[in-house]
Design a protein around this ligand. Structure first.
Ligand code: C5P
Length: 404
């Protein structure tokens, strides 16, 4: 929870009912370690008080370009230069139009215009009625705003405060936080396509039962998020897990190893990187009963015959693109002992350039992990850290090993 440690964020609020979500957003920014300077337009003050935002940010709120608290009476210069990023949430249709035209008739709009564009990114979270959102004027303005260098974060869809249903809701605070955190990550995989397998597979025995492996999917989802933060276009092929999809990541849900293989083979032909984190069941019941296998009262247990599942990683690594060096394959090894030796042997057996080893029982279901990176040149330990932080390190290590 320190993804924004040391960052100073200007949180701008403009007029919209979504201002109620900005209170939680502000709290989230502070929890992630940021210092937050709230700036509100007059319209925003109609929806939420400066007192609320002051209490949550721990700083007095600025609302006027004539604020005499600044010794030089230039809050637009001082506040915009202190910031590591400016996030306008909610950003009304009117404020977007204002930004596009470079108008500067209140503190927040002057700050947006006065900010050093190459040093202080501007992120915009639109919020408005669905008709306002769909209007050609708004859509035209958003294109121009992006062209001018702002990062437009998109909108949610669903029930709106006005009673209508459609696009235009402000994204949820957690989504905005994820986008802001991502904006600070180096774009080492920009333009790359990454496919990640994650979670366990489930191999049915009958319609009620089956066998599976331990795996929460947390490491795979953290890697998908980290790759996305690094600018990649990411697809995660997920076995049965209970995790939210990281922002901007395409997700394909599967159950069995064979389904995971099919989905993966469909996704890798255009990929640059394949990362197999899934705990794929090595075997599946040779036959799947159409109906529940019943106890017959005799005390005899059924005999289950198994057949081997396809090895997804090995299959992908044997493909033409991987062999030509156009698809970089990364495997995982979850071991219970002799990690370095097992991981080195597994990397060679799988025919892949990079393998990540971890001790399974010490990390299953947890939010942290420690790992070994194994490649042709040897073994590099990565000390215990959050799975997201390890995932970011792994993404950087992958980026170093693939063509720019
Ligand atoms: O052989 P083992 O299961 O230990 O190898 C682990 C690595 O291989 C992981 O990267 C895992 O995702 C991948 N794997 C796979 N398909 C399988 C078995 C493992 O992709 N059937």
């Amino acid at each position: 929870m320190d993804d924004l440690q040391g960052k100073h964020i200007v949180l701008g609020l403009t007029g919209g009912i979504a201002c109620y979500k900005s209170a939680e957003l502000c709290r989230g920014l502070v929890k992630e370690g940021a210092t937050v300077q709230v700036v509100m337009t007059a319209a925003a003050e109609q929806f939420i008080t400066a007192v609320t935002m002051q209490a949550l940010s721990g700083r007095t709120v600025y609302t006027s370009q004539w604020d005499a608290r600044e010794p030089n009476n230039m809050p637009h210069i001082n506040l915009s230069r202190e910031a590591d990023a400016m996030l306008i949430a909610p950003c009304s249709a009117d404020f977007i139009a204002k930004l596009v035209h470079g108008r500067a008739d209140d503190l927040l709009s002057v700050m947006c215009l006065a900010r050093p564009v190459d040093r202080v990114p501007l992120l915009v979270a639109p919020a408005m009625n669905r008709e306002m959102w769909a209007h050609p004027a708004t859509q035209r303005n958003l294109v121009q705003l992006s062209a001018d260098g702002a990062q437009v974060l998109g909108v949610g869809s669903g029930f709106q405060a006005c009673g209508e249903t459609g696009d235009g809701r402000m994204l949820e605070p957690a989504q905005l936080l994820e986008d802001l955190v991502a904006s600070f990550q180096p774009k080492v995989l920009k333009g790359k396509r990454v496919v990640v397998t994650a979670g366990p597979t489930f191999e049915a025995l009958d319609p009620i039962r089956g066998i599976t492996n331990h795996s929460s999917g947390k490491m795979g989802f953290a890697i998908a998020r980290a790759a996305r933060e690094a600018g990649a276009d990411v697809t995660v092929v997920a076995g049965p897990v209970h995790l939210d999809t990281p922002r901007g990541v395409q997700r394909i849900d599967v159950k069995s190893a064979r389904q995971m293989l099919d989905a993966t083979m469909g996704a890798v032909p255009t990929a640059d990187v394949f990362i197999a984190t899934a705990a794929v069941a090595d075997w599946r019941p040779a036959t799947e009963a159409d109906h529940k296998i019943k106890k017959d009262g005799s005390g005899d247990c059924p005999t289950i015959h198994f057949t081997e599942n396809p090895d997804i990683l090995h299959t992908v690594a044997q493909g033409e693109r991987a062999k030509q060096g156009r698809l970089f394959c990364v495997g995982f090894a979850a071991e219970s002992r002799d990690l370095a030796a097992n991981a080195q042997a597994k990397r060679e057996r799988k025919g892949i350039p990079l393998l990540v080893g971890n001790i399974g029982p010490t990390t299953f279901g947890k939010d942290d992990n420690e790992m070994l990176l194994v490649d042709a040149s040897g073994v590099q330990p990565l000390a215990r850290a959050s799975k997201l932080s390890l995932a970011r390190t792994l993404v950087q290590e992958i980026a170093k090993r693939i063509p720019a």
